[in-house]
Every structure is written in structure tokens, then in C-alpha cells.
Design a binder for this molecule. Structure first.
Ligand SMILES: [Zn+2]
Length: 141
């Protein structure tokens, strides 16, 4: 808060409030202010509404990222199972049987000869569109 604002003259006509804790923000505060000032309570605990707000909002994004990583780890396990059970050349039915979804690859590309490459964690699957054979190739990152 600007020190020259006399707190006796603060008004709250605009109805602005902190986006985190809902404390009213005085009309005399800068128009872009969205949070209360960082303050310490009598026990020295810090209240930093702006930081708390952004930390909470970033969380769903971090969860989504973790879910995606877990998904690809599971996918890699299934590809590895398929690879050890059926070898490196498999049919579309084999992919289906192991619930491997080429459309859910991390990256996808088509070469000039029409071969499709689906990149997964630790594996590439090269699909020949004419024979519908899929070649599983292990790779290190
Ligand atoms: Zn606040």
C-alpha cells in the first residue's frame, strides 16, 4: 500500500477483492491490484496470496503432465510385453490385443514411402500400410 494513502480515507466502492482470500481491496490501490499485500501474522507466518493463488492454479497442469507420463510408462510396458511375446513384427490385431494405441504415440511421422512411425517411450513402431505389419524397434533415449 502506498504510504501516503491515509487509511481513514480508504473506500471500497469498487467492490474489488483479493482473488485468493477475498479480502476487500481499497479503491485507492492501483487498478491492476488483484491480491492483498504479502503480510505476516502475529506468529510470523507469511501470507502471500498472489503466490498461493498461482501455486494452486498450476497444480492441475502438473497433475495432467504426471498422468500423461504415467500413461506413456504403461504404454511402454505393454509394448515391451508384446515385443517379448510376439517378436518384433506384429499385426494390427496384436496391437489391439495388448491395447496399444498408435494414435496415442508421443510423436508420429510418415515417411516418403508411406511408412508410419509412431514414437513411444523407449520404442518406435514402424507401420507398413501395405502389409499392415508393425515393426517394433527398441531404442534408448
Ligand atoms: Zn488475499
Amino acid at each position: 500500500m502506498n504510504q501516503y494513502i491515509n487509511s481513514n480515507y480508504l473506500t471500497f466502492q469498487l467492490g474489488r477483492a483479493c482473488k485468493q482470500c477475498g479480502e476487500p481491496i481499497a479503491d485507492q490501490e492501483h487498478s491492476t491490484r488483484e491480491f492483498c499485500d504479502k503480510y505476516y501474522d502475529e506468529y510470523g507466518k507469511v501470507y502471500d496470496c498472489k503466490t498461493s493463488y498461482h501455486r494452486e492454479r498450476d497444480k492441475p497442469e502438473r497433475d495432467a503432465q504426471r498422468d500423461l507420463i504415467n500413461f506413456h510408462k504403461e504404454m511402454a510396458i505393454r509394448i515391451h510385453q508384446l515385443y517379448t511375446n510376439r517378436g518384433d513384427i506384429v499385426k494390427t490385431g496384436d496391437l489391439d490385443a495388448f491395447n496399444i494405441l498408435l494414435t496415442k504415440s508421443i510423436e508420429f511421422g510418415i515417411s516418403e514411402n508411406g511408412e508410419m512411425t509412431s514414437i513411444f517411450m523407449g520404442f518406435k513402431i514402424i507401420t507398413n500400410p501395405l502389409t499392415n505389419n508393425h515393426k517394433i524397434i527398441q531404442y534408448d533415449k
